[in-house]
Ligand binder design. Structure first.
Ligand SMILES: *[C@@H]1O[C@H](CO)[C@@H](O)[C@H](O)[C@H]1NC(C)=O
Length: 408
């Protein structure tokens, strides 16, 4: 067995005072048929029975870029939780496999199983809290977030997906059916739409017979997303309200939250689904760590997680619920504070894929420029900044990358 390898950082976060680093785990950690790389951030001081957060990078991103490009490691050091940064094995585009039958099915393989194996290994090694495993990501990482909460509802307590697509939307039809890491242009451009029942059937098929806990979910999407169409925001709301058994009519709509121009819609009486529509925002949507932190209760120190199962935090009484959720893999019985989002509806499986009719305008090219999705800026970055195609867009002070424009 090889010792864990320390990865070099793209840039140091100013607020990161911990000596902890991102570490690649190369020892066997469970089934990982696609060879997803396992990068782990364990802060020097862990909370007792710590929560775990999985943070997936975007296409052409890396675990290191996700590590340096968000506040999650800093927040993990402050609050004592563990962060797993998986790395895509898909050399062609460094996207996540969100299309294969394996990845879309519980414990069947694909990139999703590799990531879940990392979670299971970390739960065991660090005596982490299996009732508080969370997942987030942007773009392809947002797509994988929806894959994981759909196919592994027993593993994750909640997810937060930025600029992703609904579970199963990237699964290709016809000759390409079942392909790993398939870029589904119809889905990305908003041409794949389904009824709530049709979407729900895809999630049902991911884990046949499962009728237990459904993770909470936050969805964030820019209305001007030029890479992953905003249509996918509405489709995701259809899918998850169906899966959670919630009304498609929001219980509340809050303008200018968490930032001006963004609208928060809350579904269900217990807020199991939160959808944030970011007016005027393109694909490079800003991470909203504090909003996600609050939803996951990752900063909570007492009386927290009343919506979850068990009593992971000091002072937490068992939830004042009359509804006990069935549990297939958790060792403790889960109790819920309010209506559990479990749906047992029988669903139809027909699909509708609308044909493409749009023609893209010409794309400007800068010879020798930086390719799409590669880094073009950010604190500590010293390379060239001109993109070959598209525009150099800043995700946060630490990371900018070339992303397609409407023309590219
Ligand atoms: C994963 O790695 C193993 C060992 O190197 C190799 O045999 C296997 O083909 C790899 N799988 C894929 C999908 O690349």
């Amino acid at each position: 067995m090889k010792a864990p390898t320390t990865l070099s950082l793209l840039g140091l976060l100013p607020a990161l005072t911990s000596a902890a680093t991102l570490t690649q785990i190369t020892t066997p950690f469970g089934p990982n048929p696609r060879n997803v790389t396992f990068n782990l951030y364990v802060p020097d001081t862990l909370a007792p029975n710590p929560p775990i957060l999985v943070n997936q990078h975007w296409c052409h991103g890396t675990a290191e870029a996700a590590f340096a490009g968000s506040q999650w490691a800093t927040l993990a050091s402050k609050h004592g939780f563990i962060v797993i940064y998986p790395g895509s094995p898909n050399a062609a585009d460094q996207c996540w496999d969100v299309s294969s039958r394996e990845t879309l099915t519980h414990d069947a393989g694909g990139d999703s199983l590799g990531i879940v194996s990392m979670v299971r290994w970390t739960l065991d090694k660090y005596r982490a809290d299996k009732s508080r495993v969370f997942v987030t990501g942007i773009s392809s990482g947002g797509m994988m977030t929806q894959v994981l909460v759909g196919a592994y509802p027993d593993v994750f307590a909640a997810g937060a997906a930025f600029a992703g697509v609904p579970f199963g939307c990237f699964a290709p039809a016809g000759d390409n059916a079942g392909q790993f890491d398939y870029w589904n242009g119809d889905c990305a451009t908003g041409k794949v739409t389904h009824s709530p029942e049709e979407w729900g059937a895809k999630v049902d098929a991911a884990y046949p017979g499962y009728d237990g806990w459904r993770p909470k979910l936050q969805i964030f999407h820019g209305t001007e997303d030029e890479v992953v169409s905003y249509v996918n925001y509405g489709e995701a709301v259809k899918l998850w309200t169906e899966v959670m058994g919630l009304s498609e009519t929001p219980a509340s709509v809050v303008p200018n939250t968490p930032v001006a121009g963004w609208t928060k819609s809350v579904y269900g009486p217990s807020g199991w689904l939160e959808a944030y529509s970011a007016a005027g925002v393109p694909h490079n949507i800003q991470n909203q760590e504090s909003t996600v932190m609050a939803f996951f209760e990752l900063g909570c120190t007492s009386g927290c997680f009343a919506w979850g199962k068990g009593s992971p935090c000091s002072g937490q009484a068992s939830a004042s619920s009359t509804s006990t959720r069935p549990s297939s893999t958790f060792s403790t019985v889960m109790t819920m504070p309010s209506t559990p989002p479990v749906s047992t509806t029988t669903r139809t499986t027909s699909s509708s894929v609308v044909a493409s009719t749009t023609t893209a305008p010409a794309c400007k090219t800068v010879p020798g420029g930086i390719p799409l999705w590669a880094q073009c800026g950010g604190m500590g970055y010293t390379g060239a900044t001109a993109c070959a195609n598209g525009a150099c867009t800043t995700y946060n002070p630490y990371y900018a990358q070339c992303v397609p424009t409407a023309a590219c």
